[in-house]
Design a protein around this ligand. Structure first.
Ligand code: ATP
Ligand code: MG
Ligand code: MG
Ligand code: MG
Length: 576
């Protein structure tokens, strides 16, 4: 490829709204271009990286026996109504109407559609197991799209779905995907860790996140350097456990009145340890009738990590109604509503409603629910005192580095990560809702057992850069670099020898399948080098008259401090 035929567009300064280094560098390297909040054009330079990421994923998914198909971005609401997610998902789910006023969604994930395919196509046990995947555009109306491709609203995901006869075989499918993910992330050349994650209502131990290690990551992961123990912090701190076990339903007996309370009040009332990282937070969600009357209110007690930002809150009302009371994790709430706490949509409601913000929470017995505006909470809602058993509560703890590992094989360390992949044994959650059955040997219909497996294709770019960059720019791992080798001829327009050597080397490398770019733009050396260091091409070869006279070229790896001389005759072998 010749640079003059390609499109190179670099910037000296990153735009002001780019907060993290990967976002800044991607903008400066001309890889992406902002179209709207969380919506980007993938420019030619960035698209090359995306395509490389995709092709590695595709190869390994195929190798693992998954079958590629492609499901639509725009999906009819009916399927999403079958699982209840059309209403439950909250504002993260983008809903649109067609000209006939029919509801559609822009897919944030594809469980519904794949389950619909499976229930029609997979009829016999003989057709199982089956694993379908696609690499497709997703849309999630994230509350805070940020960090460029890392938390976009429109992004690309590889999502796979396995269908099995029973849990035992589904576990085999899960483990095969887990192994495929390890190969994928190994091939990317990224430093990562697979960590256990919350399995929520499904239980069991088969949910893992693949986290790229980076200090700027939004997630915290807990691991033991001397054993295999690794979990995300929510799981490590037992918050998930609490969520899974604690549940109680209480009738609301009083009409609440506005008042004030704090996180500490709630913790004291509940007897919960309020730690640095775990803070309680209560929110109430209302279910309203057509006419806008509240018919049911549910109070959720969330255990939130201290660094969660919860600012967007609105006032709400609880009127002596029946209410469900249970414990849930942020992840569970997120899953349930499809968005971060702080901007939840209530069950049965399409609009975001009230949420309790950090430090402005609830009182038991005289329960404060609300805190939807500063100093505007509802007190006096009597929830009784039917709390989870003490042993469940005791599971919440603040994990710090140096704590003993739960497996007894060492001490814990904590590091930050970026979630780039997630594998999850779903069980029969979707097949039950959508009646996806197959006929077993005896001709009896059985629910299919499912797993789902996601990789954030576009997020990988951001994660790779967060992990690997310097003051000059991006340092791509070879496998996903937009170009492997850049040839930088000095004075190509003046020197026939330079031109001839550059073109010959370019053609030779290209014939060998090396992803090479010849910078024939005629830029001055300084500007040329700066561009390719910014873009992060792993290998650079400088071709100059002076070098050629000595029969030499200059080679510099992107991580090398200095260039080294390589004989013209050896350079191809050097780069292969
Ligand atoms: P997060 O916790 O970061 O919001 P998630 O748990 O909601 O992610 P999943 O539903 O597990 O995401 O989706 C699978 C993968 O899709 C994630 O592991 C992540 O790599 C990617 N992904 C999710 N949301 C986004 C986003 N807004 N922008 C880019 N990639 C995303
Ligand atoms: Mg999310
Ligand atoms: Mg997540
Ligand atoms: Mg996830």
């Amino acid at each position: 490829m010749k640079a003059s035929q390609f499109f190179v567009s670099t910037l000296k300064e990153a735009p002001a709204d780019a907060e993290v280094v990967s976002h800044k560098l991607m903008m400066r390297a001309g890889m992406i271009k902002r179209l709207g909040a969380g919506i980007y054009n993938y420019m030619p330079m960035g698209l090359r990286v995306i395509r490389k990421v995709e092709s590695i994923i595709r190869e390994e998914m195929n190798r693992a026996g998954a079958v590629e198909l492609l499901m639509p971005v725009v999906q009819p609401a009916e399927l999403w109504q079958e699982t209840g997610r059309f209403d439950k998902m909250g504002p993260e789910l983008l809903r649109v109407k067609d000209r006939h006023d029919r509801d559609f969604i822009i897919q944030p994930t594809s469980e519904e559609v794949i389950t619909d395919i499976a229930r029609q196509e997979l009829r016999s046990y003989k057709q199982l197991p089956k694993n379908f995947y696609h690499i497709q555009t997703k849309f999630r109306d994230e509350r805070r799209p940020r960090f460029g491709l890392m938390r976009g609203r429109e992004f690309t995901m590889k999502d796979a779905y396995s269908f099995d006869r029973d849990v035992a075989t589904a576990t085999v499918s899960y483990d095969a995907m887990f192994a495929a993910y390890q190969r994928i992330f190994d091939r990317f050349g990224l430093q990562y860790r697979a960590v256990a994650a919350d399995t929520g209502a499904i239980g069991g131990d088969r949910s893992h996140e693949f986290q790229v290690i980076a200090d700027t990551g939004e997630d915290a992961i807990v691991y033991c350097p001397t054993s295999d123990y690794a979990a995300n912090i929510e799981l490590a701190e037992g918050v998930a456990l609490l969520a899974a076990r604690g549940a109680a339903t209480q009738a609301l007996t009083k009409t609440p009145t506005p008042g004030k309370s704090t996180c500490e009040d709630v913790a004291a009332l509940l007897g919960l340890p309020l730690t640095q990282t775990v803070k309680s937070l209560v929110l109430a969600t209302d279910e309203k009738s057509e006419s806008g009357d509240i018919i049911k209110s549910t109070v959720w007690l969330l255990l939130v990590r201290g660094d969660h930002e919860l600012n967007e809150v609105k006032a709400g009302k609880l009127d002596g109604l029946k209410a469900g009371f249970r414990f849930a994790t942020v992840a569970e709430i997120e899953d349930h509503f499809g968005c971060k706490p702080g901007y939840l949509g209530a069950i049965g409601l399409k609009k975001p409603v009230k949420v309790v913000a950090d430090r402005t929470v609830a009182q038991m017995s005289d329960f404060v629910c609300g805190a939807n505006e500063a100093d505007f909470h509802f007190t006096g809602a009597n929830w009784g005192r039917d709390l989870p058993e003490p042993d469940v509560i005791a599971d919440i703890r603040n994990v710090v580095a140096g704590d003993p590992s739960p497996d007894g094989k060492g001490v814990l360390a904590i590091q930050r990560g970026i979630e780039v992949g997630h594998v999850f044994l779903l069980g029969t959650k979707y097949s039950k809702d959508m009646n996806a059955t197959y006929l077993d040997e005896t001709g009896k219909p059985q629910l299919m057992v499912m797993g789902c497996y996601g990789i954030g294709v576009t997020r990988i770019l951001g994660a790779a850069i967060e992990q690997s960059h310097d003051e000059r720019g991006i340092i791509w791992p070879d496998a996903i670099a937009p170009f492997s080798v850049v040839l930088c001829p000095i004075g190509m327009d003046r020197s026939e020898a330079v031109k001839e050597a550059a073109v010959r080397l370019h053609d030779e490398l290209q014939a060998l399948g090396v992803d090479v770019l010849l910078d024939d733009r005629g830029e001055r050396p300084g500007a040329m080098f700066a561009d390719w260091e910014l873009v992060g091409v792993p290998h650079r070869v400088v071709i100059s008259d002076r070098g050629l006279k000595e029969g030499q070229l200059e080679y510099q790896g992107r991580r090398d401090a200095e260039a080294s001389k390589v004989a013209v005759a050896d350079v191809v072998a050097h780069l292969k």
